[in-house]
Write a protein that binds this ligand. Structure first.
Ligand code: HEM
Ligand SMILES: N/N=c1\cc[nH]c2ccccc12
Length: 290
């Protein structure tokens, strides 16, 4: 299967910056969601889950067709809680009906990362809505209970190497787990809505204890009330992953640079863009003085 992005002839950078700004203003205004965490983390997870269904071996799934809009995909147990992100974006789709669902879900993640003070994520438009029967089967997204070998093998399907995997996992600096969504709980107290390299610093500096949680799942907890999934903790159980954890814990610029590249790659998996497609680097609201 070839997913050829369409050439968007009648929309300019200004048009896409307008969509970016509409999402960013709504994000700034609706700050009370999920105990004042806001919508940034769940929008980030929606962009990742709508892209993470890609299978490089047969080029099925991925962000191109916007198939998260169909219940077969949005009802995947792996996607529990993401309807909050989709409902947040629904009015944006109404306001800009010319934007495809695939472009909408991925752009939502780009806005979230940038407005939460993360790196600029270069982004290209042109994803094309596919019919419901092209929706990939459930079960293509990763489980949280396994170790480093599972994580490494899982991300091969998305064509992502050790360095890209560790960089991407740094997004777990945002938001929190919710017992009723995934059977994991915490961190307790203030979960973060600012994009930093803290995930790596916490992995290295906290005193982690493996405990069974209320849903009978094992997770790593620290005296400060932080938590890590088994797949998070796997990054300091494996020498190759550990090297990148240390790199990103000590070099925030390198983390930002590598995260931006890996997140763009994740959001574009399986898509062939025409040479003429522009790559947009959007301004944040702050940098526009808005
Ligand atoms: C081994 C791979 C991964 C596993 C097993 C995993 C698992 C999870 C789980 C269990 C949650 C909690 C969801 C909930 O209970 O509401 C979560 C949240 C989250 N994940 Fe991941 N994740 C992985 C990779 C990623 C990647 C690659 C990204 C983005 C680049 C990401 C971004 C997020 C964000 C932002 C949240 C917070 C969502 C919220 O606060 O509502 N995750 N993840
Ligand atoms: N602070 N938030 C997290 C810390 C470690 N791992 C996570 C996994 C998913 C969501 C949030 C976190």
């Amino acid at each position: 299967i070839v997913h050829m992005a369409q050439e968007i002839k009648d929309k300019s950078e200004k048009d896409y910056q307008e969509v970016y700004n509409a999402i960013a203003v709504k994000l700034r205004e609706e700050d009370e969601f999920d105990g004042y965490i806001g919508y940034g983390p769940v929008l980030t997870r929606l962009a990742w889950h709508s892209s993470g269904t890609w299978d490089k071996n047969n080029n099925t799934g991925g962000s191109f067709g916007g198939t998260y809009q169909f219940q077969k995909e949005s009802n995947d147990p792996s996607n529990k809680g993401l309807h909050n992100g989709a409902e947040f974006l629904a009015p944006i789709h109404k306001q800009f009906p010319w934007l495809s669902h695939g472009d909408l879900y991925t752009l939502g993640g780009v806005v979230a990362i940038q407005e939460l003070q993360g790196p600029v994520i270069p982004w290209r438009p042109g994803r094309v809505d596919l019919p419901e029967d092209m929706t990939p089967d459930n079960g293509r997204l990763p489980d949280a209970v396994y170790g480093a070998d599972y994580v490494r093998n899982f991300f091969k399907r998305l064509d992502l190497n050790d360095q890209e995997v560790v960089a991407l996992m740094g997004a777990h600096c945002l938001g929190r787990t919710h017992l009723q969504n995934t059977g994991f709980d915490g961190p307790w107290g203030a979960a973060s809505n600012t994009f930093t390299n803290e995930f790596f610093l916490n992995l290295l500096n906290e005193n982690w204890k493996l405990e069974k949680n209320e849903a009978k799942n094992m997770q790593w907890n620290s005296p400060k009330g932080y938590m890590m999934l088994p797949t998070d903790h796997a990054l300091i159980e494996d020498d190759k992953y550990m090297a990148y954890v240390k790199l990103y814990a000590t070099n925030n610029d390198k983390f930002f640079e590598d995260f931006a590249k890996a997140f763009k790659k994740l959001l574009e998996g399986g898509i062939t863009f025409p040479q003429s497609t522009p790559t947009y680097r959007f301004e944040t609201l702050d940098s526009q003085g808005l």
